[in-house]
Design a binder for this molecule. Structure first.
Ligand SMILES: Cc1cc2nc3c(=O)[nH]c(=O)nc-3n(C[C@H](O)[C@H](O)[C@H](O)COP(=O)(O)OP(=O)(O)OC[C@H]3O[C@@H](n4cnc5c(N)ncnc54)[C@H](O)[C@@H]3O)c2cc1C
Length: 488
């Protein structure tokens, strides 16, 4: 969509035009006239910060920690009541802190993402909130390790880390607009039960997954709608050992990894089933409701993630399309738990112990940045003269994997929003190509991007410069001091 269209539409709504044919959030013309109510203008209370980060999810938590640790007065705006985002709701495990060494005999095992993401794992380890880095025993040409996290402890641990770092964490608060002067963002407009506020700053990072701030600020974007959405469940009264027995009985074990579970080492923590070998009726029903056979856990007697996928009929940016999908997914989850009870020995009393508060998207808006990472960049293991992190996992492996179990670089330019002077993006909003996006969108890559953008935003605020004026060598030094790993 043309960015000016989206901004113009917001402006028109603000001016209270009385009737017309508006456009939706993707810029498509609605073919029905809409009456408007002219909302009276309000004076909003103003707060001032150095750095504002929108979205306290996978990337946003790390961005806020990084900015605050650089000494920036930092605000994190999160619409839910807790930080964590899709790490705590969508993914079975965190892909991946390591290179794909197991698939390439002779290649050195190395941890390629460290820094703040590793600190989060360390903190989780102390409270029994992660499997640690359990090595994959089968199908390790996909990932070499399994790092699952306890969804609830992740929220708590990251919340505490943000508080300790002095971040102003505005949970239950939504970013609903931007204050823009020319090509410079001056502030965000937020909405919460405390009312609407204007939060001003020098530098901004959009980590909202949907690209809400960037769109409000007039960034160019498209909405690819190229993935299924998902709501996952945790299943109680059934554990990995029961699931293993069921899969083994049918010679259907796919992925398998062992790690920490309920305080004990060397326990099964990840399993997936080969559908072709499972009972036909089960497989057909599971596939009809988009139910995945892969699961992970950190606890005995609990399967923490069973995913239910659904391609939204329409757009993930449309409230009414999403409402239909939310209901359909909950119906799928209910059918899924019945399948567990019916087919899995010892699972008669299985129940839904957790759902995500809303469905998770794999991509919303794609925000145009100064550089678009290609799949060739990823699989050829290319590095750039402005790398801000390195990464080695590809979700389409083994079909596409980073050459020789190596890494590629995420360049700083890929995180700078095109046409805007002081706005960075991190997370699932970057990378246009579906294949390349299947690498950059993964949790650990998003976390690394978070550290890079938070650090850069804080340095820009301190130096009072735009994102393009920041010297790469200053950014690199700050990232290295923050524990970020580079190959050379
Ligand atoms: C079903 C599913 C399974 C996946 N499986 C895996 C996996 O196994 N391993 C893996 O590594 N990756 C997996 N991924 C990918 C990965 O989880 C995501 O791409 C990644 O977590 C996205 O991080 P993010 O920071 O961009 O967004 P998020 O983590 O979603 O964070 C965005 C945050 O912004 C908040 N927000 C949104 N709009 C606003 C607003 N206007 N104002 C304020 N706050 C706002 C949201 O509440 C959220 O907390 C999966 C994704 C999905 C959907």
């Amino acid at each position: 969509m043309n960015r000016r269209d989206f901004s113009k539409q917001s402006l028109m709504l603000g001016m209270g035009v009385l009737a017309g044919f508006p456009k939706d959030s993707e810029g498509r013309a609605l073919n029905r006239p809409v009456n408007y109510y002219a909302e009276p203008a309000k004076n909003l209370p103003v707060r001032k910060f150095d750095v504002v980060i929108t979205g306290g999810g996978t990337a946003g938590v790390v961005a806020a920690l990084a900015a605050a640790r650089q000494g920036a007065k930092t605000a994190l705006i999160e619409v839910k009541g807790y930080p964590g985002g899709t790490v705590t709701e969508g993914g079975t495990a965190l892909h991946s802190f390591y290179n794909l060494w197991k698939a390439f005999p002779g290649v050195k095992k190395r941890q390629v993402v460290r820094g703040i993401p590793q600190e989060i794992i360390d903190r989780l380890m102390k409270v029994g909130g992660t499997t640690g880095y359990g090595e994959m025993e089968t199908m390790y040409d996909y990932d070499s390790v399994c790092t699952a996290v306890d969804t609830e402890l992740y929220k708590l641990v990251t919340f505490e880390m943000l508080a300790e770092a002095g971040v102003f964490v505005a949970v239950n608060t939504m970013c609903v607009g931007a204050i823009v002067s020319g090509t410079v963002v001056k502030g965000v407009i937020t909405e919460s039960r405390s009312g609407r506020e204007a939060i001003l700053a020098r530098s901004f990072v959009d980590c909202s997954a949907y690209g809400d701030l960037a769109a409000h600020a007039g960034a160019e974007f498209t909405v690819p709608n190229d993935y299924a959405s998902c709501n996952s469940i945790g299943v109680g009264n059934v554990g990995m050992d029961d699931y293993y027995k069921f899969l083994k009985e049918h010679d259907a074990i796919g992925e398998m990894a062992r790690g920490m579970r309920s305080g004990n080492e060397n326990q099964l923590v990840r399993l997936s089933g080969k559908r072709v070998n499972l009972p036909e009726e089960f497989s057909a029903e599971a596939s009809a409701i988009g139910m995945a056979t892969v699961t992970t856990t950190v606890h005995d007697n609990y399967l923490m993630f069973i995913k239910f996928n659904l391609k939204v009929n329409g757009s993930v940016l449309n409230r009414d399309d999403m409402a239909k999908a939310e209901l359909q997914l909950r119906q799928r989850q209910y059918r899924g738990i019945q399948l567990f009870r019916e087919f899995f020995p010892g699972c008669k009393n299985a129940f839904i112990a957790r759902t995500s508060p809303n469905l998770c998207i794999r991509r919303g808006r794609l925000i145009k940045s100064d550089y678009d990472i290609s799949n060739e960049d990823v699989i050829e293991g290319r590095h750039f003269d402005d790398d801000v992190m390195v990464y080695g996992f590809h979700d389409l492996a083994p079909r596409f994997q980073v050459k020789n179990g190596g890494t590629y670089g995420i360049p700083y330019k890929a995180l700078r929003v095109a046409g805007i002077e002081n706005l960075l993006v991190a997370g699932m909003m970057i990378t246009s190509g579906y294949r390349a996006h299947n690498s950059t969108r993964n949790t650990v890559c998003c976390m690394g991007q978070g550290q890079a953008t938070g650090t850069a935003a804080a340095l820009c605020a301190r130096k009072n410069c735009g994102t393009r004026e920041l010297r790469y060598r200053d950014l690199r030094k700050a990232l290295e001091n923050g524990g970020v790993y580079f190959e050379s």
